[in-house]
Design a protein around this ligand. Sequence first.
Ligand code: 2M8
Length: 466
Amino acid sequence: MPDQLGEADAALWRGATTILAANWTGTHTVPSRTLYPHQWSWDAGFISIGLAHTAPDRAWRDLRSLFEAQWPDGRVPHIVFDPGVTERDYFPGPTFWAGEGGPVGSGRGNGGRPNGNAGGTPDRTFSAPAGTNGGPARLSSGIVQPPVHALGAWTIYRRAPGHAAAEELRWLYPRLVAQQEYLATARDVGGAGLSAIVHPWESGLDNSPSWDEALAAVPVTPDVLRRYARRDNQVVASKHRPTDEDYARYLTIALSYRDGGYRDADLGPRHPFLVECPGFNALRGAAELALARIAEVVGADPAVHRARAASITRLLVDRLFDPETGMFHPLDVRTGRRNPARCVNGLLPLILPELPAVQVASLVAVLESDRFGVSARMPVPSYDRTAADFDPFRYWRGPVWSNINWLLWRGLRTHGQVELAGTVRAALLDLVRGSGYYEYFHPGNAAGIGSPAFSWTAALTLDLLA
Ligand code: 2M8
């Protein structure tokens, strides 16, 4: 624990450490014991950033567990299923993602399912399933999440460098590069150099208004919700979660991708949801910059990563920035339309150090406006507070999230906005101190919502305090 912490912050530190220990399974950390009993991809990245301060060995192990489930084509699945958890404990579980073809996994015993290097995507940099060593296949979903893992790996190394940590970086580096390659090639559906997500779950901001227009155009498979039973709204109040209509579309889109064998070739004409998300792509850019630092340690070429980050930054400005709203908006690859809703993923390019001054000033102005109103009392909500459909309870349609605010805090510091960054940090810590380590928070009365004892809230609290 850092020496300078006062009594209240020391208690906050201890509380966060206890939660991360309770959510540790022996090989990985679950986001929440009650709601999310498996390993999630971008959660693992954020969790490793917190564990870097208290338990670097566990942080490395967490990332290894995830990357052991990497597919041969480089994709890192958004969920790695724990075979010790029953199918009843989370939906959609491994059976859903497998469909008729048997389990979906990165290793052997995948029932002949055309996973991994399917779809004619050349496997350029990564030739073997990671870490399976003849062991059982790792069951996984077939979609991805934002790549925050290079940032995690670099944070763990920086906090505790040394021979063993350098070895961990050497193990991870080619896998992180393969992950980026997959996103840069197979997922460049729009052809301009940005990655498209094939499902709202891939953004991490599942029911954000960012996806409303694209989702409205998805023809729902009849009866899909009668064939499958949700579990999330048995654990958390329905009004705090996505709606049934959202879920019908989520399942329809996932079934389309699954039944196409998780192939990415020719997604354009056949897949119902293809969107370039500013948050996802900004994190891809940030990952390249972390890889540049890692490359220096492992003796690889950092220049190539810096060049990729610069190119992603340029493309974000050219394709997704709207001078009228002063922020970034997702682009629907199918229609060529940018979604007009002002959502917090449209502020995340702030984490890119080479974002031009015009865009930085513009995003700061939006952050300070009534729409997102950074104030000493409350961190940034997930959606424009002034929008008619702003919903303070419903998940990514209004509530405050720690991971997003943590990213904004970093972005503001990157651009020298030290005071505003300090405001976001203080507000986040106040929130957790007052309400607990919840999954998300009501943006008005600060009440904790969703799952209590949530891992990334605990982990990022540690990083804010460190
Ligand atoms: C939420 O997403 C999952 C689906 O992936 C769900 O609602 O069941 C999101 O908040 C996502 O960003 C997060 O990674 C996941 C686990 O914390 O939960």
